[in-house]
Design a protein. Structure first.
Length: 173
């Protein structure tokens, strides 16, 4: 017998259709309304996403990421943290694809099982693309004042990065 998870989606579809039939709800009309609303939300997010993609492209192309990583090099060496993870730690809150490319570069140069590869994996698994998430969610509901949310999200990312380093250096390796 296959596991229950195989049947969940078909069961949910049957339940939704049955419930809608009992309540005399036109499923197709409601679906079209939802699709229209979703399309409208997507269209309203396009300017925000274009601005974000432009800013990330400018950051990567300008060399600012490398400059910031170079600024953290003395701090990383003093704290005995591999400085190779600084670009990833800086890029992860901004761009998912950019940080994935940096992770791939780390894996190619140092291997996924190295200390650097393990820390990078922990950072990727415990942080989020904060700027993207805030841009999309707040942009969709037209919230302009995001200062506290940005501060809290950045603090959460910093805590996750520090925890990833500590766990990897002291508990795993």
């Amino acid at each position: 017998m296959q596991n229950f998870g195989f049947y969940v989606i078909p069961i949910l579809i049957v339940l939704i259709v049955s419930f809608a039939f009992l309540k005399n709800v036109s499923i197709f009309d409601e679906f079209l309304l939802g699709a229209e609303e979703g399309f409208g939300s997507t269209i309203s997010l396009i300017p925000t996403l274009v601005a974000l993609v432009t800013a990330v492209s400018m950051l990567k192309s300008s060399g600012a990421l490398e400059l910031f990583a170079d600024l953290f090099y003395p701090v990383c060496t003093f704290l005995k943290i591999p400085p190779q993870i600084a670009p990833l730690a800086l890029m992860r809150p901004i761009s998912g694809s950019g940080s994935t490319a940096l992770l791939d570069n780390i894996f190619s140069n140092y291997g996924p099982d190295s200390v650097i590869g393990t820390i990078a994996s922990m950072i990727m698994g415990s942080t989020e693309t904060t700027i993207y998430i805030l841009t999309v969610y707040f942009g969709s509901v037209k919230i302009k004042n995001t200062g506290h949310a940005l501060f809290c999200a950045a603090l959460a990312d910093i805590c996750a990065i520090v925890t990833a380093i500590l766990v990897t250096k002291f508990l795993i390796l």
